[in-house]
Design a protein around this ligand. Sequence first.
Ligand code: PGA
Length: 253
Amino acid sequence: MRKQIVAGNWKMNKTFIEAEDLLNDLKQLLENSKHGNTLVVVCPPNIYLELSTDISDEFQVFDVGAQNVCNIEFGAHTGEVSAPMLFSMDVKYCIIGHSERRSNFYEDNQLISGKVGVALKNKITPIFCCGEQISERKAENHFNIIKTQVDEGLFNLDKDDFVKVVMAYEPVWAIGTGVTATPEQAQEMHKYIRSLIEKKYGTDIAGQTTILYGGSCNSKNAKELFANPDVDGGLIGGASLNAEEFVKIVQSF
Ligand code: PGA
């Protein structure tokens, strides 16, 4: 059985007090909620990682992920945060290849591949994001775009490393727009991604790989999305900023 995961990507939101409140609310709700084997990951801004791992280490109701990592391990890189630093703070996951980093910070597949490598080397699980723009889908080029992102960003890994990766399909047109992929569109792409993994790494590994859906996923549509055979959870942006809403999504399997 592959892992089911619901991860919250807070992006650049919340002041310190708000972050503290949200973490405490999440802790309380998750302690009192039934959510089977679903793993919960909280990805706050870096500045709140220690606050988050303190709570996660003590109460173990969620794991903590970063939203980004430097592709270099140490040195003169002002403003960057490295994988060894994240590991030393008990951070278990890191979002890599998010579309906002690809477009706003010009991250290409080669850089993303470097980040995946450095995360794995430091025992951080990459949550590798891929997704097409609306124009690419309209031009019926979406499968090719995903294939290139995955080929160039991820498929240089050997089997032993690849099995540690979590993937996330996030159509760019669905992120923060309120327009969600239909369950059929999500399933179609997740199935395709799994077929790519199967070709590259074999049936067993394809069957084990967790593939999350992201893009305007909320407590109203999560059930329908997660019911698909190849959708193993969600990467949640806006809806992860409210504890009740996020925990409802966690309970949507
Ligand atoms: P959204 O963001 O849920 O706000 O659409 C998802 C993401 O960017 O990870």
